[in-house]
Ligand binder design. Structure first.
Ligand code: ZN
Length: 576
Protein backbone atom coordinates (compact mmCIF):
# COMPACT_ATOMS: atom_id res chain seq x y z
CA UNK A 1 0.00 0.00 0.00
CA UNK A 2 1.08 3.52 -0.73
CA UNK A 3 2.55 5.47 2.17
CA UNK A 4 1.44 9.09 2.18
CA UNK A 5 4.23 10.23 4.44
CA UNK A 6 6.79 8.88 2.03
CA UNK A 7 5.60 11.04 -0.83
CA UNK A 8 4.71 14.11 1.16
CA UNK A 9 7.92 14.32 3.11
CA UNK A 10 10.49 12.85 0.73
CA UNK A 11 14.21 13.28 1.09
CA UNK A 12 15.66 16.70 0.57
CA UNK A 13 18.80 17.29 -1.45
CA UNK A 14 21.97 15.90 0.14
CA UNK A 15 25.21 16.39 -1.79
CA UNK A 16 26.78 13.03 -2.69
CA UNK A 17 30.11 12.08 -1.21
CA UNK A 18 31.64 11.09 -4.51
CA UNK A 19 35.12 11.99 -5.70
CA UNK A 20 33.96 13.70 -8.88
CA UNK A 21 37.32 15.30 -9.61
CA UNK A 22 39.60 12.38 -8.81
CA UNK A 23 37.92 9.25 -10.21
CA UNK A 24 39.53 8.06 -13.40
CA UNK A 25 37.09 6.27 -15.69
CA UNK A 26 37.49 6.03 -19.43
CA UNK A 27 34.94 7.07 -22.04
CA UNK A 28 32.42 4.43 -23.18
CA UNK A 29 33.31 5.06 -26.86
CA UNK A 30 36.46 6.10 -28.69
CA UNK A 31 34.70 8.50 -31.10
CA UNK A 32 34.18 12.22 -30.33
CA UNK A 33 31.58 12.50 -27.62
CA UNK A 34 28.76 14.82 -28.73
CA UNK A 35 25.56 14.94 -26.73
CA UNK A 36 22.04 14.67 -28.09
CA UNK A 37 20.68 14.84 -24.55
CA UNK A 38 22.00 15.51 -21.07
CA UNK A 39 21.24 14.55 -17.51
CA UNK A 40 18.17 16.14 -15.94
CA UNK A 41 16.59 17.10 -19.24
CA UNK A 42 12.79 17.09 -18.92
CA UNK A 43 11.17 14.32 -20.97
CA UNK A 44 7.68 12.82 -20.91
CA UNK A 45 6.94 11.96 -17.27
CA UNK A 46 10.59 11.88 -16.20
CA UNK A 47 13.90 13.65 -15.92
CA UNK A 48 16.40 12.05 -18.29
CA UNK A 49 18.75 9.99 -16.12
CA UNK A 50 21.82 9.76 -18.35
CA UNK A 51 23.71 11.18 -21.29
CA UNK A 52 22.52 10.51 -24.83
CA UNK A 53 25.76 10.33 -26.79
CA UNK A 54 25.63 10.61 -30.57
CA UNK A 55 27.05 7.69 -32.55
CA UNK A 56 27.66 9.52 -35.85
CA UNK A 57 24.15 8.64 -37.03
CA UNK A 58 24.82 4.92 -37.27
CA UNK A 59 24.54 1.77 -35.19
CA UNK A 60 27.52 -0.44 -34.44
CA UNK A 61 30.03 1.77 -32.62
CA UNK A 62 32.25 -0.19 -30.24
CA UNK A 63 31.32 0.21 -26.59
CA UNK A 64 33.85 -0.20 -23.77
CA UNK A 65 33.55 -0.72 -20.02
CA UNK A 66 34.43 2.63 -18.41
CA UNK A 67 36.01 0.84 -15.45
CA UNK A 68 36.67 -2.77 -14.43
CA UNK A 69 33.84 -4.61 -12.74
CA UNK A 70 31.21 -7.32 -12.88
CA UNK A 71 28.18 -7.51 -15.12
CA UNK A 72 25.33 -6.99 -12.64
CA UNK A 73 22.23 -6.81 -14.84
CA UNK A 74 21.28 -7.56 -18.42
CA UNK A 75 18.11 -6.38 -20.12
CA UNK A 76 16.50 -7.19 -23.45
CA UNK A 77 13.21 -5.55 -24.37
CA UNK A 78 11.42 -4.11 -27.39
CA UNK A 79 10.74 -1.08 -25.16
CA UNK A 80 12.67 1.17 -22.78
CA UNK A 81 16.42 0.59 -22.68
CA UNK A 82 16.25 -2.15 -25.35
CA UNK A 83 19.45 -4.20 -25.03
CA UNK A 84 21.27 -2.90 -21.96
CA UNK A 85 24.22 -3.89 -19.78
CA UNK A 86 24.93 -2.79 -16.20
CA UNK A 87 28.42 -3.09 -14.74
CA UNK A 88 29.16 -2.73 -11.00
CA UNK A 89 32.58 -1.19 -10.35
CA UNK A 90 34.79 -1.36 -7.26
CA UNK A 91 34.57 2.46 -6.98
CA UNK A 92 30.96 2.17 -5.74
CA UNK A 93 29.41 3.14 -9.05
CA UNK A 94 27.46 1.24 -11.68
CA UNK A 95 27.70 2.12 -15.36
CA UNK A 96 24.86 1.42 -17.75
CA UNK A 97 24.88 1.23 -21.55
CA UNK A 98 21.47 1.17 -23.26
CA UNK A 99 19.80 0.89 -26.69
CA UNK A 100 22.60 -1.49 -27.76
CA UNK A 101 22.59 -3.43 -31.03
CA UNK A 102 24.37 -6.49 -29.67
CA UNK A 103 26.40 -7.77 -26.74
CA UNK A 104 29.97 -9.04 -26.76
CA UNK A 105 30.36 -12.83 -26.94
CA UNK A 106 30.49 -13.61 -23.24
CA UNK A 107 27.66 -11.23 -22.31
CA UNK A 108 25.55 -12.59 -25.16
CA UNK A 109 26.11 -16.20 -23.99
CA UNK A 110 25.05 -15.24 -20.47
CA UNK A 111 21.95 -13.43 -21.77
CA UNK A 112 20.94 -16.35 -24.00
CA UNK A 113 21.33 -18.87 -21.19
CA UNK A 114 18.93 -16.78 -19.09
CA UNK A 115 16.46 -16.41 -21.97
CA UNK A 116 16.53 -20.17 -22.45
CA UNK A 117 16.00 -20.82 -18.75
CA UNK A 118 13.03 -18.41 -18.65
CA UNK A 119 11.74 -19.52 -22.08
CA UNK A 120 11.26 -15.83 -22.94
CA UNK A 121 12.79 -13.26 -25.27
CA UNK A 122 12.26 -10.30 -22.92
CA UNK A 123 14.91 -10.39 -20.21
CA UNK A 124 15.60 -8.34 -17.10
CA UNK A 125 17.99 -10.36 -15.06
CA UNK A 126 19.99 -9.37 -12.02
CA UNK A 127 23.18 -11.32 -12.46
CA UNK A 128 24.88 -12.83 -9.46
CA UNK A 129 27.95 -11.02 -8.23
CA UNK A 130 31.21 -12.44 -9.58
CA UNK A 131 29.54 -13.88 -12.66
CA UNK A 132 31.16 -12.13 -15.59
CA UNK A 133 34.19 -9.91 -14.98
CA UNK A 134 35.16 -7.19 -17.46
CA UNK A 135 38.42 -5.27 -17.55
CA UNK A 136 38.54 -1.49 -17.80
CA UNK A 137 38.27 -0.69 -21.50
CA UNK A 138 37.02 -4.16 -22.43
CA UNK A 139 34.73 -4.36 -25.47
CA UNK A 140 31.17 -5.03 -24.24
CA UNK A 141 29.11 -4.76 -27.43
CA UNK A 142 27.89 -2.47 -30.18
CA UNK A 143 25.83 0.70 -29.94
CA UNK A 144 22.40 0.56 -31.52
CA UNK A 145 18.87 1.91 -31.59
CA UNK A 146 17.01 -0.77 -29.62
CA UNK A 147 14.12 -0.22 -27.22
CA UNK A 148 12.37 3.14 -27.05
CA UNK A 149 14.98 5.01 -29.05
CA UNK A 150 14.26 7.26 -32.01
CA UNK A 151 17.71 7.37 -33.59
CA UNK A 152 21.01 5.50 -33.14
CA UNK A 153 22.74 6.69 -29.95
CA UNK A 154 24.22 5.44 -26.70
CA UNK A 155 22.25 6.13 -23.53
CA UNK A 156 24.96 6.14 -20.87
CA UNK A 157 24.29 6.27 -17.14
CA UNK A 158 26.29 6.31 -13.95
CA UNK A 159 24.53 5.14 -10.80
CA UNK A 160 25.59 4.99 -7.19
CA UNK A 161 25.50 1.21 -6.71
CA UNK A 162 24.16 1.15 -3.14
CA UNK A 163 21.27 3.64 -3.60
CA UNK A 164 20.73 3.09 -7.35
CA UNK A 165 20.46 6.87 -7.65
CA UNK A 166 21.42 8.02 -11.10
CA UNK A 167 24.30 10.52 -10.97
CA UNK A 168 24.94 13.33 -13.45
CA UNK A 169 27.88 11.92 -15.48
CA UNK A 170 29.08 15.43 -16.42
CA UNK A 171 29.99 16.06 -12.77
CA UNK A 172 32.89 13.62 -13.21
CA UNK A 173 35.93 15.42 -14.50
CA UNK A 174 37.00 12.30 -16.43
CA UNK A 175 33.83 12.49 -18.59
CA UNK A 176 33.28 16.28 -18.58
CA UNK A 177 36.77 16.93 -19.91
CA UNK A 178 35.97 14.78 -22.97
CA UNK A 179 32.73 16.66 -23.74
CA UNK A 180 33.77 20.30 -24.11
CA UNK A 181 31.12 22.95 -23.52
CA UNK A 182 31.63 26.71 -23.58
CA UNK A 183 28.00 27.58 -24.42
CA UNK A 184 26.10 29.48 -21.72
CA UNK A 185 22.62 28.33 -20.62
CA UNK A 186 19.59 30.04 -22.16
CA UNK A 187 16.99 31.91 -20.13
CA UNK A 188 14.03 32.43 -22.47
CA UNK A 189 11.54 33.95 -20.05
CA UNK A 190 9.97 33.96 -16.64
CA UNK A 191 6.45 33.20 -15.53
CA UNK A 192 4.75 34.70 -12.50
CA UNK A 193 2.03 32.76 -10.71
CA UNK A 194 -0.52 33.14 -7.99
CA UNK A 195 -0.29 29.96 -5.91
CA UNK A 196 -2.01 28.58 -2.85
CA UNK A 197 -0.24 28.15 0.47
CA UNK A 198 0.54 24.55 -0.56
CA UNK A 199 2.09 25.71 -3.83
CA UNK A 200 -0.83 24.82 -6.13
CA UNK A 201 -1.20 27.09 -9.16
CA UNK A 202 -4.39 29.16 -9.22
CA UNK A 203 -6.09 28.52 -12.60
CA UNK A 204 -5.89 31.51 -14.95
CA UNK A 205 -3.60 33.47 -12.63
CA UNK A 206 -0.22 33.49 -14.33
CA UNK A 207 1.68 35.75 -16.73
CA UNK A 208 4.63 34.85 -18.98
CA UNK A 209 7.36 37.43 -19.79
CA UNK A 210 9.84 36.79 -22.61
CA UNK A 211 13.46 37.81 -22.21
CA UNK A 212 15.37 39.89 -24.69
CA UNK A 213 18.93 41.08 -24.85
CA UNK A 214 19.58 44.83 -24.86
CA UNK A 215 23.17 46.09 -24.97
CA UNK A 216 24.47 42.68 -23.94
CA UNK A 217 22.14 42.45 -20.96
CA UNK A 218 19.21 40.08 -20.58
CA UNK A 219 16.00 41.89 -19.59
CA UNK A 220 12.26 41.32 -19.21
CA UNK A 221 9.42 43.89 -19.43
CA UNK A 222 11.77 46.40 -21.15
CA UNK A 223 13.79 46.51 -17.95
CA UNK A 224 10.88 48.11 -16.07
CA UNK A 225 9.50 46.73 -12.77
CA UNK A 226 6.72 44.20 -13.35
CA UNK A 227 3.41 45.05 -11.71
CA UNK A 228 2.09 41.92 -10.00
CA UNK A 229 -1.36 43.42 -9.26
CA UNK A 230 -3.23 41.41 -11.94
CA UNK A 231 -2.26 38.23 -10.07
CA UNK A 232 -3.57 39.28 -6.67
CA UNK A 233 -5.83 36.52 -5.31
CA UNK A 234 -7.29 35.92 -1.89
CA UNK A 235 -5.49 33.31 0.24
CA UNK A 236 -2.74 33.09 -2.33
CA UNK A 237 0.89 34.01 -2.82
CA UNK A 238 3.33 34.95 -5.55
CA UNK A 239 5.69 32.41 -7.09
CA UNK A 240 8.11 32.40 -10.02
CA UNK A 241 8.93 29.95 -12.80
CA UNK A 242 12.00 30.13 -15.04
CA UNK A 243 12.01 29.08 -18.68
CA UNK A 244 15.56 27.88 -19.06
CA UNK A 245 17.42 25.28 -21.14
CA UNK A 246 21.00 24.53 -22.11
CA UNK A 247 22.96 23.69 -25.24
CA UNK A 248 26.30 22.01 -25.55
CA UNK A 249 29.07 22.65 -28.05
CA UNK A 250 28.81 20.95 -31.41
CA UNK A 251 25.09 20.07 -31.32
CA UNK A 252 21.84 21.94 -31.77
CA UNK A 253 19.94 19.75 -29.31
CA UNK A 254 18.12 21.55 -26.52
CA UNK A 255 19.33 20.09 -23.26
CA UNK A 256 18.38 20.50 -19.62
CA UNK A 257 19.72 22.98 -17.09
CA UNK A 258 21.87 21.70 -14.21
CA UNK A 259 21.64 24.32 -11.49
CA UNK A 260 19.56 27.46 -10.92
CA UNK A 261 19.16 29.92 -8.11
CA UNK A 262 16.50 32.56 -7.55
CA UNK A 263 17.34 35.34 -5.14
CA UNK A 264 15.46 38.35 -3.88
CA UNK A 265 17.30 41.43 -2.65
CA UNK A 266 20.55 39.40 -2.78
CA UNK A 267 19.21 36.57 -0.63
CA UNK A 268 18.75 33.13 -2.22
CA UNK A 269 15.15 31.94 -1.81
CA UNK A 270 14.92 28.91 -4.11
CA UNK A 271 17.70 26.81 -5.56
CA UNK A 272 17.74 23.56 -7.49
CA UNK A 273 20.63 21.34 -8.47
CA UNK A 274 20.16 18.15 -10.49
CA UNK A 275 23.16 16.27 -9.14
CA UNK A 276 21.36 12.92 -8.91
CA UNK A 277 17.91 11.44 -9.45
CA UNK A 278 15.98 8.84 -7.49
CA UNK A 279 13.92 6.55 -9.75
CA UNK A 280 11.23 6.19 -7.08
CA UNK A 281 10.39 9.87 -7.49
CA UNK A 282 11.43 10.65 -11.04
CA UNK A 283 7.86 10.95 -12.33
CA UNK A 284 7.33 13.91 -9.95
CA UNK A 285 9.09 15.86 -12.71
CA UNK A 286 5.47 16.48 -13.76
CA UNK A 287 5.06 18.75 -10.74
CA UNK A 288 8.53 20.27 -10.85
CA UNK A 289 7.78 21.80 -14.22
CA UNK A 290 4.78 23.81 -15.40
CA UNK A 291 3.15 20.77 -16.99
CA UNK A 292 0.66 22.46 -19.28
CA UNK A 293 3.34 24.77 -20.75
CA UNK A 294 5.32 21.65 -21.62
CA UNK A 295 2.31 19.73 -22.90
CA UNK A 296 0.76 22.53 -24.95
CA UNK A 297 3.69 24.81 -25.88
CA UNK A 298 6.80 22.63 -25.37
CA UNK A 299 8.22 25.23 -22.97
CA UNK A 300 10.50 23.96 -20.21
CA UNK A 301 9.54 26.08 -17.22
CA UNK A 302 11.19 25.12 -13.96
CA UNK A 303 8.88 26.19 -11.16
CA UNK A 304 10.95 27.92 -8.50
CA UNK A 305 8.51 26.89 -5.80
CA UNK A 306 7.16 23.49 -4.93
CA UNK A 307 3.93 21.92 -3.82
CA UNK A 308 3.57 19.85 -0.66
CA UNK A 309 3.53 16.64 -2.72
CA UNK A 310 6.91 17.11 -4.37
CA UNK A 311 9.58 14.76 -2.88
CA UNK A 312 12.28 15.35 -5.53
CA UNK A 313 15.73 15.58 -3.98
CA UNK A 314 16.91 18.41 -6.21
CA UNK A 315 16.05 21.43 -4.09
CA UNK A 316 18.95 22.99 -2.21
CA UNK A 317 16.44 25.43 -0.72
CA UNK A 318 12.74 25.95 -1.37
CA UNK A 319 11.25 29.21 -0.08
CA UNK A 320 9.76 30.47 -3.31
CA UNK A 321 6.21 31.12 -2.07
CA UNK A 322 6.02 34.85 -1.31
CA UNK A 323 3.31 36.82 0.51
CA UNK A 324 1.96 39.63 -1.69
CA UNK A 325 3.10 42.31 0.71
CA UNK A 326 6.69 41.13 0.61
CA UNK A 327 6.98 40.88 -3.19
CA UNK A 328 8.37 44.32 -3.95
CA UNK A 329 12.07 44.15 -4.63
CA UNK A 330 14.84 43.20 -6.99
CA UNK A 331 15.25 39.62 -8.14
CA UNK A 332 18.08 37.72 -9.74
CA UNK A 333 18.22 34.37 -11.48
CA UNK A 334 21.48 32.52 -12.03
CA UNK A 335 21.54 29.45 -14.27
CA UNK A 336 24.60 27.20 -14.60
CA UNK A 337 25.40 24.16 -16.70
CA UNK A 338 27.55 21.31 -15.38
CA UNK A 339 30.65 22.90 -16.94
CA UNK A 340 30.12 26.08 -14.90
CA UNK A 341 28.94 28.30 -17.78
CA UNK A 342 26.47 30.82 -16.37
CA UNK A 343 23.62 33.08 -17.52
CA UNK A 344 21.95 35.65 -15.27
CA UNK A 345 18.73 37.67 -15.39
CA UNK A 346 17.76 40.53 -13.13
CA UNK A 347 14.28 42.02 -12.81
CA UNK A 348 12.15 43.75 -10.23
CA UNK A 349 8.58 43.37 -9.05
CA UNK A 350 6.17 45.83 -7.52
CA UNK A 351 2.61 45.69 -6.30
CA UNK A 352 0.60 48.79 -7.24
CA UNK A 353 -3.03 47.70 -6.76
CA UNK A 354 -4.94 46.27 -3.86
CA UNK A 355 -7.82 44.38 -5.49
CA UNK A 356 -7.96 40.66 -4.85
CA UNK A 357 -9.77 38.03 -6.93
CA UNK A 358 -11.65 35.19 -5.31
CA UNK A 359 -9.64 31.98 -4.92
CA UNK A 360 -11.42 29.12 -6.74
CA UNK A 361 -9.85 26.59 -4.37
CA UNK A 362 -11.85 28.17 -1.54
CA UNK A 363 -15.09 27.12 -3.23
CA UNK A 364 -16.34 23.96 -1.52
CA UNK A 365 -16.85 20.85 -3.63
CA UNK A 366 -15.22 22.16 -6.78
CA UNK A 367 -11.82 20.45 -6.60
CA UNK A 368 -10.10 17.28 -5.41
CA UNK A 369 -6.78 18.11 -3.72
CA UNK A 370 -3.61 16.07 -4.37
CA UNK A 371 -2.55 15.89 -0.72
CA UNK A 372 -5.78 14.14 0.38
CA UNK A 373 -7.40 10.75 -0.09
CA UNK A 374 -10.14 11.33 -2.67
CA UNK A 375 -13.16 9.13 -3.15
CA UNK A 376 -16.08 9.34 -5.54
CA UNK A 377 -18.86 6.82 -4.99
CA UNK A 378 -21.67 6.56 -7.53
CA UNK A 379 -24.15 3.77 -7.99
CA UNK A 380 -22.36 2.35 -11.00
CA UNK A 381 -18.91 4.04 -11.04
CA UNK A 382 -16.45 4.55 -8.20
CA UNK A 383 -13.00 6.06 -7.80
CA UNK A 384 -10.45 5.88 -4.97
CA UNK A 385 -7.27 7.92 -5.09
CA UNK A 386 -4.45 7.89 -2.54
CA UNK A 387 -2.58 11.15 -1.81
CA UNK A 388 -0.10 12.12 -4.55
CA UNK A 389 -2.11 10.46 -7.31
CA UNK A 390 -2.15 13.75 -9.26
CA UNK A 391 -0.24 17.01 -8.89
CA UNK A 392 -2.53 20.02 -9.01
CA UNK A 393 -6.08 20.44 -7.67
CA UNK A 394 -8.37 18.47 -9.95
CA UNK A 395 -11.65 19.92 -11.06
CA UNK A 396 -14.46 17.54 -10.21
CA UNK A 397 -15.48 16.54 -13.70
CA UNK A 398 -17.76 13.54 -13.97
CA UNK A 399 -20.04 12.71 -16.90
CA UNK A 400 -22.07 9.60 -17.59
CA UNK A 401 -23.02 8.97 -21.21
CA UNK A 402 -25.49 6.13 -21.73
CA UNK A 403 -25.15 6.33 -25.52
CA UNK A 404 -22.37 3.78 -25.70
CA UNK A 405 -21.14 0.99 -27.95
CA UNK A 406 -19.68 -0.79 -24.94
CA UNK A 407 -21.02 -3.03 -22.20
CA UNK A 408 -21.41 -0.04 -19.89
CA UNK A 409 -22.16 3.67 -20.23
CA UNK A 410 -19.12 5.88 -20.94
CA UNK A 411 -17.93 7.38 -17.65
CA UNK A 412 -15.74 10.45 -17.87
CA UNK A 413 -13.60 11.19 -14.82
CA UNK A 414 -11.19 14.15 -15.13
CA UNK A 415 -9.46 15.03 -18.38
CA UNK A 416 -7.18 12.75 -20.39
CA UNK A 417 -4.51 15.51 -20.73
CA UNK A 418 -3.98 15.84 -16.96
CA UNK A 419 -0.88 13.94 -15.79
CA UNK A 420 -1.23 11.20 -13.18
CA UNK A 421 1.56 10.16 -10.81
CA UNK A 422 0.41 6.71 -9.76
CA UNK A 423 -2.29 4.19 -10.43
CA UNK A 424 -5.60 4.62 -8.66
CA UNK A 425 -8.69 2.44 -8.34
CA UNK A 426 -11.65 2.62 -10.69
CA UNK A 427 -14.71 0.35 -10.29
CA UNK A 428 -17.43 -0.08 -12.88
CA UNK A 429 -20.68 -1.85 -11.98
CA UNK A 430 -21.34 -4.87 -14.19
CA UNK A 431 -24.73 -4.49 -15.87
CA UNK A 432 -27.15 -7.37 -16.34
CA UNK A 433 -25.58 -9.84 -18.73
CA UNK A 434 -26.77 -13.03 -20.38
CA UNK A 435 -26.34 -16.22 -18.40
CA UNK A 436 -22.96 -17.90 -19.05
CA UNK A 437 -21.39 -14.54 -19.93
CA UNK A 438 -17.61 -14.86 -19.32
CA UNK A 439 -17.50 -12.29 -16.51
CA UNK A 440 -13.86 -13.10 -15.71
CA UNK A 441 -12.90 -11.83 -19.17
CA UNK A 442 -14.30 -8.36 -18.33
CA UNK A 443 -11.90 -5.42 -18.06
CA UNK A 444 -11.78 -1.64 -17.89
CA UNK A 445 -11.10 0.24 -21.12
CA UNK A 446 -9.92 3.85 -21.44
CA UNK A 447 -10.84 6.03 -24.41
CA UNK A 448 -8.20 8.67 -25.22
CA UNK A 449 -8.77 12.20 -26.50
CA UNK A 450 -8.20 10.83 -29.99
CA UNK A 451 -10.86 8.15 -29.41
CA UNK A 452 -8.31 5.36 -29.15
CA UNK A 453 -9.44 2.55 -26.85
CA UNK A 454 -6.76 1.12 -24.60
CA UNK A 455 -6.99 -1.73 -22.12
CA UNK A 456 -6.49 -0.78 -18.47
CA UNK A 457 -6.88 -4.30 -17.08
CA UNK A 458 -9.19 -5.30 -14.31
CA UNK A 459 -10.70 -8.06 -12.23
CA UNK A 460 -14.26 -9.09 -11.60
CA UNK A 461 -15.09 -8.65 -7.90
CA UNK A 462 -18.64 -9.17 -6.62
CA UNK A 463 -20.59 -7.48 -9.36
CA UNK A 464 -17.92 -4.86 -10.17
CA UNK A 465 -14.91 -4.76 -12.41
CA UNK A 466 -11.93 -3.11 -10.71
CA UNK A 467 -9.07 -1.62 -12.71
CA UNK A 468 -6.08 0.58 -11.90
CA UNK A 469 -5.53 3.25 -14.56
CA UNK A 470 -2.72 5.81 -14.67
CA UNK A 471 -4.77 8.28 -16.69
CA UNK A 472 -7.93 10.26 -16.34
CA UNK A 473 -10.46 10.20 -19.14
CA UNK A 474 -13.41 8.18 -20.38
CA UNK A 475 -13.82 4.68 -18.94
CA UNK A 476 -15.91 1.78 -20.23
CA UNK A 477 -16.46 -1.88 -19.51
CA UNK A 478 -15.13 -4.22 -22.18
CA UNK A 479 -14.82 -7.95 -22.60
CA UNK A 480 -11.93 -9.79 -24.21
CA UNK A 481 -12.71 -13.34 -25.28
CA UNK A 482 -10.70 -13.40 -28.48
CA UNK A 483 -7.24 -14.97 -28.45
CA UNK A 484 -4.31 -13.51 -30.39
CA UNK A 485 -4.09 -14.29 -34.11
CA UNK A 486 -0.85 -15.96 -35.26
CA UNK A 487 0.03 -15.55 -38.95
CA UNK A 488 3.21 -16.91 -40.55
CA UNK A 489 4.68 -14.33 -42.94
CA UNK A 490 7.34 -16.20 -44.91
CA UNK A 491 6.51 -19.88 -44.46
CA UNK A 492 3.55 -22.26 -44.77
CA UNK A 493 2.79 -25.88 -43.95
CA UNK A 494 5.42 -28.16 -45.50
CA UNK A 495 7.79 -25.32 -46.48
CA UNK A 496 11.43 -26.18 -47.17
CA UNK A 497 13.40 -23.80 -44.96
CA UNK A 498 16.95 -25.01 -45.58
CA UNK A 499 18.09 -21.61 -46.89
CA UNK A 500 16.12 -19.51 -44.37
CA UNK A 501 18.04 -17.26 -41.95
CA UNK A 502 14.92 -16.80 -39.88
CA UNK A 503 11.20 -17.50 -39.76
CA UNK A 504 8.86 -14.53 -39.49
CA UNK A 505 5.38 -14.27 -38.02
CA UNK A 506 2.82 -11.70 -37.09
CA UNK A 507 0.91 -11.98 -33.82
CA UNK A 508 -1.92 -9.54 -33.18
CA UNK A 509 -4.56 -9.16 -30.51
CA UNK A 510 -7.81 -7.29 -30.70
CA UNK A 511 -8.03 -5.81 -27.22
CA UNK A 512 -5.93 -6.57 -24.17
CA UNK A 513 -2.72 -7.09 -26.14
CA UNK A 514 -0.21 -9.91 -26.68
CA UNK A 515 1.22 -10.66 -23.27
CA UNK A 516 3.38 -13.72 -23.83
CA UNK A 517 4.65 -15.64 -26.83
CA UNK A 518 6.72 -18.78 -27.17
CA UNK A 519 7.97 -21.03 -29.94
CA UNK A 520 8.96 -24.71 -29.78
CA UNK A 521 10.81 -26.71 -32.39
CA UNK A 522 10.47 -30.49 -32.11
CA UNK A 523 9.26 -29.97 -28.54
CA UNK A 524 12.22 -27.81 -27.49
CA UNK A 525 12.04 -24.09 -26.67
CA UNK A 526 13.48 -21.90 -29.39
CA UNK A 527 14.13 -18.14 -29.22
CA UNK A 528 11.48 -15.98 -30.87
CA UNK A 529 12.33 -12.27 -30.86
CA UNK A 530 9.81 -9.45 -31.09
CA UNK A 531 10.94 -6.71 -33.48
CA UNK A 532 8.59 -3.94 -32.45
CA UNK A 533 9.33 -1.43 -35.22
CA UNK A 534 8.63 -3.97 -37.98
CA UNK A 535 5.75 -5.45 -36.00
CA UNK A 536 7.24 -8.92 -36.53
CA UNK A 537 8.09 -11.97 -34.44
CA UNK A 538 11.33 -13.52 -35.66
CA UNK A 539 12.78 -16.99 -35.04
CA UNK A 540 16.48 -16.92 -35.98
CA UNK A 541 17.82 -20.04 -37.74
CA UNK A 542 21.39 -19.99 -36.47
CA UNK A 543 23.97 -21.94 -34.50
CA UNK A 544 21.65 -21.94 -31.50
CA UNK A 545 18.58 -23.29 -33.28
CA UNK A 546 20.29 -25.58 -35.81
CA UNK A 547 21.15 -28.33 -33.29
CA UNK A 548 17.39 -28.74 -32.69
CA UNK A 549 16.61 -28.98 -36.42
CA UNK A 550 16.39 -32.46 -37.94
CA UNK A 551 16.99 -33.34 -41.55
CA UNK A 552 13.53 -33.81 -43.02
CA UNK A 553 10.32 -32.94 -41.18
CA UNK A 554 10.35 -30.63 -38.14
CA UNK A 555 7.44 -29.59 -35.98
CA UNK A 556 7.17 -25.86 -35.16
CA UNK A 557 4.66 -24.83 -32.52
CA UNK A 558 3.86 -21.20 -31.56
CA UNK A 559 1.78 -20.18 -28.54
CA UNK A 560 0.54 -16.66 -27.79
CA UNK A 561 -1.52 -15.35 -24.87
CA UNK A 562 -3.24 -12.01 -24.37
CA UNK A 563 -3.51 -10.11 -21.08
CA UNK A 564 -6.91 -11.70 -20.33
CA UNK A 565 -5.45 -15.21 -20.60
CA UNK A 566 -6.95 -16.04 -24.02
CA UNK A 567 -4.49 -18.39 -25.67
CA UNK A 568 -3.90 -19.48 -29.23
CA UNK A 569 -1.61 -22.16 -30.55
CA UNK A 570 -0.56 -23.11 -34.06
CA UNK A 571 1.69 -25.84 -35.46
CA UNK A 572 3.35 -26.41 -38.81
CA UNK A 573 5.66 -28.96 -40.35
CA UNK A 574 8.72 -27.32 -41.87
CA UNK A 575 11.33 -29.23 -43.88
CA UNK A 576 15.08 -28.85 -43.40
ZN1 ZN B 1 18.69 8.53 -23.07
Amino acid sequence: MFSAAFALYGQSYQPKEIDYEGLQMQAPMKIDLILAGNFGEMRDNHFHTGLDIKTAGVEGQNLYAVEEGYISRIRISPWGYGLAVYIDHPNGLTSLYAHMKSFSGKIDSLAYSKQKKNEAYVLDEIVLEDSVYVKKGEFIGLSGNSGSSNAPHLHFEIRETKTEHSINPLLFKCFRSKIPDTTNPTITGIKLYAVSEKGYMIPGKSIYYSCKTVEGKLIVNEGQPIDISPLLTENAYLAIGIHTTDKLNGAGNICGIYHTELSKDDKAIHEMKIEYLNFDHNRFMNTHQDYSEFDKNNKHIHKHFKTVINPLAIYVRANGILPWNLCNGSYKINAWDAHGNKTALEFSLKKTGDEYSKNPFDEAGKYYFPDSVNVMLREDFQVLMEPATFYEPLQRIFKRDTVSNYLSPIYQFGEYSIPVQQKYDVRIKVPELPENFPIYKLGVGLISDKNYLSYVGGDYVEGWVEGAPRNFGRFVLIVDTIAPVITPLDFTEGKIITKFRNLQLEITDNLSGVNSYKAYLNGKWILMEYHRREGKYVIPINERSKPILRTGNNKLRVIAKDSKGNESEMSWTVVF
